[in-house]
Design a protein around this ligand. Sequence first.
Ligand code: NAD
Length: 359
Amino acid sequence: MRILITGSLGYVGAALLSHLRDRFPGADLVGFDSGLFADCLTTPGAAPETLLDVQHYGDLRDIDASLLAGTDAVVHLAAVSNDPIGARFAPATDAINRAASLRLAALAAAAGVGRFVFASSCSVYGSAEGEARREGDALNPLTAYARSKIAVEDGLRAMDRAGMAATCLRFATACGMSDRLRLDLVLNDFVAAAIAGGRVEVLSDGSPWRPLIDVRDMARAIEWAILRPREPGGDVLTVNVGSAGRNHRVRDLAEAVAAAVPGTTVSINQDAAPDTRSYRVDFSLFRELAPEHQPRVELRGSIGRLVRGLRAIGFADAEFRRGDRTIRLNRLSTLLRDGALTAELRWRARAAPGHSAAA
Ligand SMILES: NC(=O)c1ccc[n+]([C@@H]2O[C@H](COP(=O)([O-])OP(=O)(O)OC[C@H]3O[C@@H](n4cnc5c(N)ncnc54)[C@H](O)[C@@H]3O)[C@@H](O)[C@H]2O)c1
């Protein structure tokens, strides 16, 4: 089996590569990434891409059809991958997340790829008071990022797939340790702040709901999507991925982190304006379709592994939110300021990392 993984050098990519190598030891695993965060490693060990058969460096907007030849499954993670980056780089978000993703899907279908797994997001529900949101409920995208995810879901449904089955995994907010850790995610931010500064600062009043999923459970869901039978679910399936027990209030996350890192204080901003991104998600379709691939990592497990992982790399940077190692928007801003990237998030040739190098 040959699996092409775009976004292989990302936060989720790192966890996925080790999971897929473990589950499919004989598979041909091929990575594709432009390497925006290639040197942002957070492991004392080998870089995760060493688990691949080959890592290609390139821009998704230019990906060549030849890379898809003989491929059984595409796992498409590459994206401008959060709301703040989407807001700052809206045209690039549309060009990469929507247009280039749909072009990739069309190339995959034309090459006879059997499975296309798309990393969508629960952010498509936006602000959603009341009942937990199900897949058929009205969407309320608040950002360019969320709109781009909906456009790809719709495009996959409408296109000529030539027999290719597509699965859109609407992931809950990711959390947990990875060899390319991001600290611009709520739980990861809290744990890093506790370890480096002994203090968790909740910017909202702590009441908003956040559905969370550990990156290891995201990898297990992707494995399911690669292998799932076409029925039930159908040729194009959109499914929320997470679990009922992991819809948390932000203040409960902060308290759980404080309990796990002794000496941590929690400050909650009681005067904060209401957070518009509060939503709960219903994961019962995923439970029904993928009983063997349900999330297993509990909140305590995610926190514990983050604590151990951060300690293993000697993490002590209380100013990490200003830095450009783990905060994606800061990293892109640095690359832009240094002239390494264009405003379209393309590398200038002299700065581009790697060239289709074997891993
Ligand atoms: N992290 C989350 O909370 C979360 C939740 C739901 C869905 N997702 C989705 O999962 C996927 C992976 O997320 P992540 O957290 O690993 O993101 P990430 O930002 O860590 O990784 C994305 C990768 O895509 C690559 N990339 C970006 N633009 C590219 C381009 N033009 N050409 C080639 N490569 C490009 C980057 O270099 C990076 O390595 C994304 O599609 C994201 O939207 C993430």
